[in-house]
Design a protein around this ligand. Structure first.
Ligand code: GDP
Ligand code: MG
Length: 439
């Protein structure tokens, strides 16, 4: 899938101390292919790649401590930006009820999502009213009624002989009478867009003047979904998108294209058939998911709670100036240990699991104890200038720490690698990069 492909591209970049223009070009070629293969709209891909390239070829990136990481960070930010940048809230009418109109192709998930939204609003102490506006699909009214019963939300319906426009009109009156502060209108879909349906939807739109027109898009449909979105947007001014079926084996194409094509933010995502399987859509989390960054955001939140920011800044400065010593290393280890068991933390870092295997980088807590013992057996001079540690010193350090010369060798060899890893932590502690903001 997309995630695996991107991870492969980035694992090549990540370890590099130096990145050439050719490396960047090569990586971008692969990112481009990965996106196209994930069925992302080609125009969107083209623009995305050119934006990333523009930012990635700068002198600052090439001369940074870990150019590979910086480029991944740029891709992450641009992906986030592509999906809207930040979380988007539901609009609210100044005078209730707030009217939400659900539109989309047949089978996209309009009816189920209507139920889920009602459930979410009800949990927030609102009084939603569901409106059965699909009079065409057999059993569509019944489907909404069943959902309404499950969550104890009233469903307004008038059978299948009254026009949906009239149903919507009477539903608004009903909401006023019963003090419903949200009205969610479920509408009919077709397998393909047709004029009669669009006409009906436009009339409902005109009559109810909805605060939200949410296009429900099946995330599994890729580029097709985007063409649909463009079409709906031209007819009805969409205000947002709900991406459904993200629990399935989606290729990610719809998520990445739909905001760029319609200009409408993705407001919600659904991840299952159950009524509580609705989530507020967070572009930065989706970007992390696509990049295979696992639970990185929660780690960053944790890091921000636990790490002394001044110390982290000082460390970063030292690393940038290549002043980072074994003493700093020990202190950094202490900070990182506050986050939790090390092996878990490593697994949360992008690509780190892989690096652990390929570089034989042992980072469990027991191993850290031995590493600390080795460093404690060094003299101040050795800690500050590791290059003086010759063979006889290594033997002494091994004996002093109860370890072996091989282990001491390994640690010193890995010191560079560790520095890179620590740099990654300090990048994450940097509030600018953590929030995915712009450079
Ligand atoms: P509508 O025609 O747009 O009203 O679509 P429905 O709400 O009837 O949903 C169509 C099918 O998709 C139903 O079987 C739903 O249970 C299913 N569905 C909707 N949302 C999700 C989701 O987030 N995940 C999964 N796995 N199935 C979903
Ligand atoms: Mg339906």
């Amino acid at each position: 899938g997309l995630t695996t492909r991107l991870q492969n591209v980035f694992s090549k970049l990540r370890g590099k101390g130096k990145v050439s223009d050719e490396d960047v070009a090569e990586a971008m070629r692969e990112v481009r292919l990965a996106l196209l293969e994930a069925d992302v709209n080609f125009k969107v891909v083209k623009e995305f790649i050119s934006k990333v390239k523009e930012k990635a070829v700068g002198k600052e990136v090439m001369e940074s401590f870990t150019p590979g990481m910086v480029i991944i960070d740029i891709v992450n930010r641009e992906l986030t930006e592509l999906m809207g940048g930040t979380q988007s809230k539901l609009a609210k009418a100044t005078k209730p009820p707030t009217v939400i109109m659900m539109v989309g192709l047949q089978g996209a998930g309009k009816t189920t999502t209507s139920g889920k939204l009602a459930r979410m609003l009800q949990k927030q102490n609102h009084r939603p009213l569901l409106v059965a506006g699909d009079i065409y699909r057999p059993a569509a009214i019944k489907q909404l009624q069943v959902l309404g019963e499950q969550i104890k939300v009233p469903v307004f319906s008038m059978g299948d002989q009254t026009s949906p426009v009239e149903i919507a009109r009477q539903a608004l009156q009903e909401a006023k009478t019963n003090n419903n502060d949200y009205v969610i209108i479920d509408t009919a879909g077709r397998l393909h867009i047709d004029e009669a349906l669009m006409d009906e939807l436009r009339q409902i739109h005109e009559l109810t003047n909805p605060d939200e027109v949410l296009l429900v898009v099946d995330a599994m449909t890729g580029q097709d979904a985007v063409n649909v979105a463009e079409n709906f947007n031209n007819q009805l001014q969409l205000t947002g998108v709900v991406l459904t079926k993200l629990d399935g084996d989606t290729r990610g194409g719809a998520a990445l294209s739909v905001k760029a094509v319609t200009g409408c933010p993705i407001k919600f995502a659904t991840l299952g058939e159950k009524l509580d399987a609705l989530e507020v859509f967070h572009p930065e989390r989706m970007a992390s998911r696509i990049l295979g960054m696992g639970d990185m955001l929660s780690l960053i939140e944790k890091a921000q709670l636990n790490i002394d920011e001044d110390k982290a800044k000082e460390m970063e400065r030292k690393m940038r100036n290549a002043e980072f010593t074994f003493e700093d290393f020990l202190e950094q280890m202490d900070q990182v240990k506050k986050l939790g068991p090390l092996d878990q933390i490593m697994d949360m870092l992008p690509g780190m699991g892989k690096m652990k295997q390929t570089q034989n980088l042992q980072v469990d807590d027991k191993q850290v104890g031995r590493i600390e013992a080795i460093v404690h057996s060094m003299t101040v001079q050795e800690k500050q200038h590791p290059e003086v540690i010759n063979h006889s010193r290594r033997k002494r350090i091994a004996a002093g720490s109860g370890t072996s010369v091989a282990e001491v060798n390994r640690l010193i060899k890995q010191f560079d690698e560790m520095r890179r890893m620590m740099k990654q932590f300090s990048d994450m502690m940097d509030p600018k990069s953590a929030k995915g903001g712009k450079n």
